[in-house]
Design a binder for this molecule. Structure first.
Ligand code: SF4
Length: 408
């Protein structure tokens, strides 16, 4: 018999469309935020699912099918991907990740395929013949998100699990149909080399490439910080290389997306951000609170209104809004009020909240601000998911650097 708590956990996973992990992710990437999650957000308890016995799997499967068929609307899109849920026990974090590390049997894996579209994996414990079988049998349904990160052996040695067989991973990259190849950018040579390996299978199998910034938090090991800081110096060269070789690489721009630093996102979405801030325009004695990444842009565009950057509790180079704490906003408001600045309006980005624009990642409610500052009207500016979940094109990143150069 599985316990009620175990059932709740599996049901929460089903609602978020993934199977919760049953241990700290075995991939153990050095840059993983997961192992530090409970230190960063101690109010949120991390919940691991017990092993997937047949009974537990069947329970999950029943719930998952039910949510997929009948209750899709119940999923709060804002929570999608965070793994954080407000349950009857409070805020709980259900770690997710590599589907192929859960100890499921091939038959159980196959059962999930019609219900789920994308399967994230680093390739650890991923059987080539199983991938071949599933690709042939479910060409439309079975999509792999292959977290390659890089094939560079030295970087892999520093950051990735030594047990991932890169020979096997390359073969999987070669046969997967319409996969996403996920890379982190470190430097131009690394990207040139990784694209040299992946571009051919991407062309052959309708794959796409997704190149992401390496983030680190305050608890990340020094080596991750060093790699991440260096990578930013190389990003422009990477973009110029790809732009200059677009045709030679088989029009790679059509198969390539980026998640670069927040400042590039803010620049790309400046019109949308300015439109969102219209609600704040004209408000007297007002302040807009924003992430450090968005601050330079908002400060430049909003005249006559105070713009206040707020640190992210994850720390390190994390400068986006998810992770900003309600208590950090309160601290800023106290500072303002101690300096004799009386506010009547405070505008906060919805992207710092989960669970219906109400709670931050530390499980503190926006009402804490209202209780301490009843004279301030606190408003949440709704950042649409089009911005929150977007990735950027090669052209957008290229234009960012080009215009910066043009402006000197
Ligand atoms: S695969 Fe994801 S969850 Fe697992 S260790 Fe790596 S970053 Fe963390």
């Amino acid at each position: 018999m599985i316990s009620q708590e175990h059932k709740d956990l599996l049901a929460a996973g089903a609602r978020n469309r993934y199977l919760p992990l049953n241990c700290w992710c075995p991939n153990q990437c050095k840059f993983c935020y997961e192992k530090d999650f409970s230190k960063t957000f101690p109010q949120v308890s991390t919940k691991y699912a017990p092993l997937y016995t047949n009974e537990a799997f069947d329970f999950f499967y029943e719930k998952f099918s039910d949510f997929q068929k009948n209750n899709r609307k119940e999923l709060d899109p804002r929570n999608k991907g965070t793994g954080i849920q407000l349950t009857r026990r409070g805020f709980e974090y259900f770690p997710m990740c590599d589907f192929f590390n859960l100890g499921l049997t091939p038959a159980q894996i196959e059962k999930i395929i019609p219900l789920q579209n994308v399967f994230y994996t680093t390739g650890l414990n991923l059987d080539l013949s199983l991938v071949r079988y599933l690709t042939r049998k479910y060409p439309r349904k079975f999509r792999l998100h292959l977290s390659v990160v890089t094939f560079d052996p030295l970087i892999r040695k520093d950051l990735m699990h030594p047990g991932i067989d890169t020979g096997n991973l390359k073969k999987i990259c070669n046969i997967a149909f319409r996969p996403t190849y996920f890379l982190l950018y470190f430097n131009k040579e690394q990207i040139v080399s990784d694209i040299g390996i992946l571009n051919k299978p991407a062309l052959k199998n309708k794959g796409s490439l997704y190149i992401h910034k390496l983030y680190y938090g305050k608890f990340s090991p020094q080596i991750v910080k060093d790699y991440a800081d260096k990578a930013e110096e190389h990003f422009k060269a990477i973009i110029y290389y790809l732009k200059g070789n677009d045709k030679k690489l088989g029009d790679i721009s059509g198969r390539l997306r980026f998640s670069p630093a927040s400042k590039i996102y803010s620049w790309v979405f400046q019109k949308e951000i300015s439109r969102l801030l219209k609600t704040a325009k004209g408000a007297k004695d007002a302040a807009i609170f924003c992430s450090k990444g968005a601050y330079p842009l908002i400060r430049g565009s909003e005249r006559g209104i105070r713009v206040i950057p707020v640190e992210n509790s994850i720390g390190g180079c994390v400068d986006f809004a998810l992770g900003i704490r309600v208590r950090s906003i309160i601290r800023k408001l106290r500072e303002l009020s101690a300096g004799g600045n009386v506010l009547k309006h405070a505008f906060l980005p919805s992207s710092m909240f989960v669970a219906g624009n109400k709670f931050d990642l530390s499980a503190d409610s926006i009402d804490l601000i209202r209780q301490e500052f009843p004279g301030i009207k606190v408003k949440v500016i709704d950042v649409p998911s089009k911005i929150l979940h977007s990735t950027l094109s090669l052209e957008a990143c290229f234009r960012y650097f080009l215009l910066k150069e043009f402006k000197g």
